[in-house]
Ligand binder design. Structure first.
Ligand code: C2O
Ligand code: CU
Ligand code: CU
Length: 568
């Protein structure tokens, strides 16, 4: 089976005639949304049934269209056989509504986040975020787009008819095993798909069309462009429209990033062009280049990396045929877009330095990777940020591979990359920045306003999902009482230490007397049920196998649950 897929991959380099109509996820609008997460099957390749996960279907999820300023309430019903979370990537929401790793949704339970949409018109997305299982749940298929509209955008003459002149494009690569199942722990992500469609074709009208592009891959950086090298206009990045369109013929898009693109097809009726990724142009040091590593570790390699034909290769994402115009087409590109004032250096109240290193050998390309020498610890608050602080974060990459760094809660402005101010296309709102290998430093500035919570943290992490799952993540609290925060302990009613545990042993200390406890696997299976003859506020728990578990603690008047992780 793997041979067959590799053969197909090779074949479509030679033929530009794609075979499957591009899937356009349905859109949902209004103020209340329901997402039902479930398992299902998908035929990526005809005759091959692949087990997948999706929201309101068996793969991916609907596009949620929200208006800035509106109040939104969402029902997330978890019908998976696994615990998960759903995170609204890029949206400026409170920690309780953010869907990070602490906000677990057990199987057969429902989560009801609600928030006011504070973000500018832009391209956001949602995906699971359970610690150590983000890659599994995203690779199996759960991800969807969020489009925010606002009045500023409505005043521009932009294509805004979803599925007609505005198209979501979720770019992903995945690996398949010999039986046609999605392989998660692999660098053999040889299958290219757009909106879950392998070898996709689409008809676009001969006018200005808008592409809402998301790189939803677990690891792969893409260098997008069109087969005839035509120019396109980048009008927006992660968190909003740029000040003016930027004319480009290539754009580097890393995992987690979005690009809002206008493509002028007004004089292309009948033409056939391909959206490509030019992997051959990606410099060494990026996942997707011929050489994923650079610098002191240039000789090291990633397992299976060189046997993946997409690495350093040019490959087709989408086969586009230009057809007749729609009624009232947009036929021109505005010369100016959004008005905003970027935060500038000098306005900051704090600067934080984050250094990325590889654990073990310096030339280790396979991870785990650390931030300031630390791996994700669910009990530790790495930073306490005073509400409203303006901060500069300085990210230095001492590993031989580039990492797309993402932070929750805020959109930031990039100050410099390797000491150089960002090019025009990176001067807007971003929530992911690719930090190149080779001791490069990237600095951004952001304001942490509107939301605070003394106990529930936000995350920052690498958006290469295996790196994130292996611990390249940290936590911060935004609060107006920074003095109250004990950075070494998330101040919940009970503490589990250490978490993750690397030997299966946990120490539990509780503010209330526990009568007993139960431990469930993340799939909801009971594996331990203990009652104490004498209620206690401190005990040890031992779990033999690696995994993600739910510890449920019972006291006289409460039941408290917490996710605990065994990672040998
Ligand atoms: Cu797109 Cu913390 O995630
Ligand atoms: Cu996020
Ligand atoms: Cu990384």
């Amino acid at each position: 089976m793997k041979k067959l897929i590799l053969l197909c991959t090779t074949l479509f380099y030679l033929s530009s005639h794609a075979q499957n109509a591009l899937n356009i996820p349905p859109s949902l609008t209004g103020g209340s949304f329901t997402l039902t997460l479930d398992e299902g099957t998908t035929q990526f390749y005809s005759g091959v049934t692949t087990n997948t996960m999706g929201a309101n279907g068996s793969l991916l999820g609907p596009t949620l269209i929200m208006d800035k300023g509106s109040n939104v309430s969402i029902t997330v019903d978890n019908q998976l056989a696994d615990t998960t979370t759903i995170h609204w990537h890029g949206l400026h929401v409170s920690p309780e509504n953010d869907g990070g790793p602490h906000t677990v949704i057990l199987p057969n339970t429902t989560w009801y986040p609600s928030f006011t949409v504070l973000d500018k018109a832009g391209t956001y997305w949602y995906h699971p975020h359970l610690h150590m299982k983000t890659n599994l749940h995203v690779s199996k298929g759960i991800a969807g787009m969020i489009l925010v509209r606002d009045t500023e955008e409505a005043g521009l003459n932009l294509p805004m008819t979803y599925g007609v002149d505005e198209f979501p494009l979720v770019l992903q690569t995945k690996g398949f095993d010999a039986t046609g199942q999605i392989e998660v722990e692999t660098n053999l992500d040889t299958s290219v798909m757009v909106n879950g469609t392998v070898d996709a074709y689409v008809d676009f009208p001969a006018q200005v069309v808008r592409l809402r592009v998301l790189n939803g891959s677990s690891q792969r950086v893409m260098e997008i462009g069109f087969s005839d090298n035509r120019n396109f206009s980048l009008i927006g990045t992660d968190g909003g429209l740029l000040a003016a369109p930027v004319t480009l013929n290539r754009y580097t898009i890393a995992p987690g990033q979005r690009a809002d693109i206008l493509l002028d097809l007004t004089s292309d009726l009948g033409n056939n062009i391909q959206l490509m990724s030019y992997g051959s142009e990606i410099p060494s040091g990026y996942y997707g280049a011929a050489q994923p590593g650079m610098g002191p570790g240039a000789t090291s390699s990633l397992v299976n990396y060189t046997s993946n034909p997409l690495n350093g290769g040019d490959y087709q994402l989408l086969d586009i045929t230009v057809v007749a115009q729609t009624g009232s087409p947009v036929t021109s590109i505005p010369s100016t877009l959004a008005t905003f004032t970027p935060l500038t250096e000098g306005s900051e109240q704090a600067t934080r330095s984050l250094t990325f290193t590889a654990s073990g050998a310096m030339n280790n390309l396979n991870g785990p990777f650390l931030i300031n020498g630390l791996s994700m610890d669910l009990n530790v608050i790495n930073y306490t940020i005073p509400l409203d602080n303006i901060e500069i974060w300085s990210l230095t990459n001492q590993t031989p591979i580039a990492h797309p760094f993402h932070i929750h809660d805020v959109q930031f402005f990039i100050l410099d990359i390797g000491g150089t101010p960002p090019p025009p296309e990176l001067q807007g709102y971003n929530d992911v920045v690719l930090v190149p290998a080779g001791m490069t430093t990237v600095r951004f500035i952001a304001q942490f306003n509107d939301h605070e919570n003394d106990t529930l943290p936000y995350m920052y992490h690498c958006h290469m999902l295996p790196h994130e799952d292996m611990g390249m993540m940290g936590q911060f609290i935004v609060t107006s009482n920074p003095a109250n925060i004990n950075e070494n302990e998330v101040s919940e009613e009970f503490l589990v230490y250490p978490n993750p545990s690397n030997n299966g042993s946990f120490q539990i200390n509780s503010a209330v007397l526990a009568n007993g406890y139960s431990v469930y696997t993340s799939e909801g299976k009971l594996i331990k049920d203990v009652s104490f003859n004498d209620p206690t506020s401190s005990f040890e728990l031992i779990i033999q196998n690696e995994g993600v578990y739910i510890l449920e603690m019972r006291s006289i008047d409460s039941v408290l649950r917490k996710m605990i992780v065994v990672q040998f």
